[in-house]
Design a protein around this ligand. Structure first.
Ligand code: ZN
Length: 482
């Protein structure tokens, strides 16, 4: 096939260098840092023994390792999906079908109101291909969701039940999954219409979009309550020792708030969590009802104090820098898509072409993989600071330590992940390090702590009952893997 492109072609090596350079730089940077600065720890069974039964650690491993393996499989499926679309130009064939379908659909629509709406959208977009563009995104998302449905179902429902983390019924799980998909489909359609519509009109769309989006990113926290509300109901936390402990913590920290509320998670999950959202006096503290069932008021106060630590740590300057990076990222994406499109090999023309969507996702995935270690290390650093804040604020290292252990017993994190795993993914410090932090804090201030034994950190009996199913499932798993 002869290429008759009139535009001067850039040397083949430039996009490759542009892609490889940040990858190499990141790895060089992260490898230069000593593992202490990265907060990576190799954990031995001996270190865990005062706090966890050996059997508990083994159960967690039985739960976690297949999930790690599946994450790799899912990534492989994702990469193959993009590769199939781009390398075999299936994206172009899919788009052709979408064009045919929307054209024939357009001819059949008789409603005057719909025709008028279509005409307005065509005017905004530049021509009538907007409908095909949206259909393309929807088809893309639907295929992708179907590809991942078996593993989502197995890991999100079957396995979570086997291990007793989830008590959600199948219809409820499917309803959540559907809501998630619809939400995703609507937001992606709007995004694609806006993004490519803008790119079709302005060469410098990345600038026009980057600046307002940076501002929006700064205020994105405002949407948190809406997002949570879509999935679960909440109600005010009734008066009692838990409420008293939390109000005392908030007062001590000098934080304004509107309410302390409980999120009804009991009927779907046995995991625990808490978070704070909103700004100023409209701020809300949200606790999972499972957290209240599992922990003492002092332990819950420590969870809230940790979240307050994040709030305290939130720096406007850092957020500003983060959000301002969006514009250069968009510029680079535009440049990359034009460079790749010029080759006429990947089924799209340039950054104005919706068929470039899989390339954009693939690029963001690669970027995420490269930035993963940096993001994880930054996050671990922030978590440590939030822990320090909580210890300082409440001065209750005993409750902090038992909170950390109970949290681990319930949420089953990897207690001794390999270093490479921590390097790439671990956004939180290891449980053993967080326990160590509380113990060091107590030692430095002459606060006595009880001698740790796994029995000492047992969960309350009624909560333990909820986990019996999980324990049983885990038991059989351990036996069968031995
Ligand atoms: Zn945190």
């Amino acid at each position: 096939m002869q290429q008759t492109s009139m535009t001067p072609r850039m040397p083949r090596s430039i996009p490759s260098i542009a892609l490889a350079a940040p990858v190499a730089m990141t790895f060089a940077l992260t490898l230069l840092l000593p593992s202490k600065a990265l907060a990576l720890t190799s954990v031995t069974m001996e270190q865990l023994r005062p706090y966890f039964f050996d059997e508990t650690v083994q159960r967690f491993d039985a739960y976690i390792w297949p999930a790690y393996a599946m994450a790799f499989v899912e990534n492989a499926i994702q990469i193959c999906f993009w590769a199939a679309l781009l390398l075999f130009t299936l994206n172009a064939s899919l788009m052709e079908r979408c064009l045919c379908f929307t054209e024939s659909l357009g001819r059949r629509i008789t409603s005057e109101r719909l025709q008028r709406l279509g005409a307005v959208l065509s005017k905004v977009w530049g021509d009538s291909t907007w409908a095909a563009a949206i259909l393309f995104v929807l088809a893309y998302l639907a295929i992708e969701q179907l590809l991942f449905l078996p593993s989502s179902f197995y890991f999100g429902w079957v396995r979570e039940h086997q291990f007793g983390f989830s008590v959600q019924s199948l219809p409820s799980w499917l309803w959540d999954w559907t809501k998630g998909f619809v939400f995703h489909a609507i937001s992606m359609s709007a995004l694609v219409f806006g993004l490519f519509g803008l790119a079709r009109r302005h060469r410098k769309w990345w600038l026009l979009l980057g600046i307002p989006c940076s501002i929006l990113m700064l205020g994105a926290g405002v949407l948190d309550p809406l997002r949570t509300k879509m999935f679960r109901d909440d109600e005010p936390l009734p008066t009692g020792p838990v409420r008293e402990a939390i109000v005392a913590t908030l007062t001590k920290a000098g934080v304004e708030y509107e309410d302390v509320r409980v999120l009804k998670m009991r009927e779907i999950s046995t995991r625990v969590n808490a978070f704070i959202f909103g700004v100023g006096p409209s701020r809300r503290v949200m606790l999972y009802d499972t957290l209240i069932a599992a922990m003492t008021p002092d332990e819950i106060a420590n969870v809230v104090a940790h979240e307050l630590g994040h709030l305290h740590d939130r720096s406007l300057v850092m957020n500003l820098v983060g959000s301002l990076l969006l514009t250069p990222l968009l510029w680079f994406t535009a440049w990359l898509l034009r460079a790749l499109g010029r080759r006429q090999r990947f089924g799209f023309d340039d950054d104005r072409d919706v068929r470039a969507l899989p390339a954009i996702f693939a690029f963001l995935f690669a970027l995420g993989a490269v930035l993963g270690p940096i993001q994880a290390a930054t996050s671990r650093y922030r978590e440590n600071r939030a822990d320090d804040y909580a210890l300082d604020l409440l001065q209750k290292p005993e409750a902090f330590r038992s909170m950390m252990i109970k949290l681990a017993l319930i949420n089953a994190p990897d207690l001794h992940p390999p270093l490479w795993m921590q390097f790439q993914w671990k956004t939180h410090p290891l449980v053993i390090d967080r326990i160590g932090r509380a113990e060091a804090f107590a030692k430095a201030r002459g606060i006595g702590l009880t001698a740790p034994t796994p029995e000492h950190f047992a969960l309350p009996e009624d909560f333990q009952k909820r986990l019996t199913l999980r324990a049983k499932a885990l038991q059989t798993e351990v036996v069968s893997t031995e």
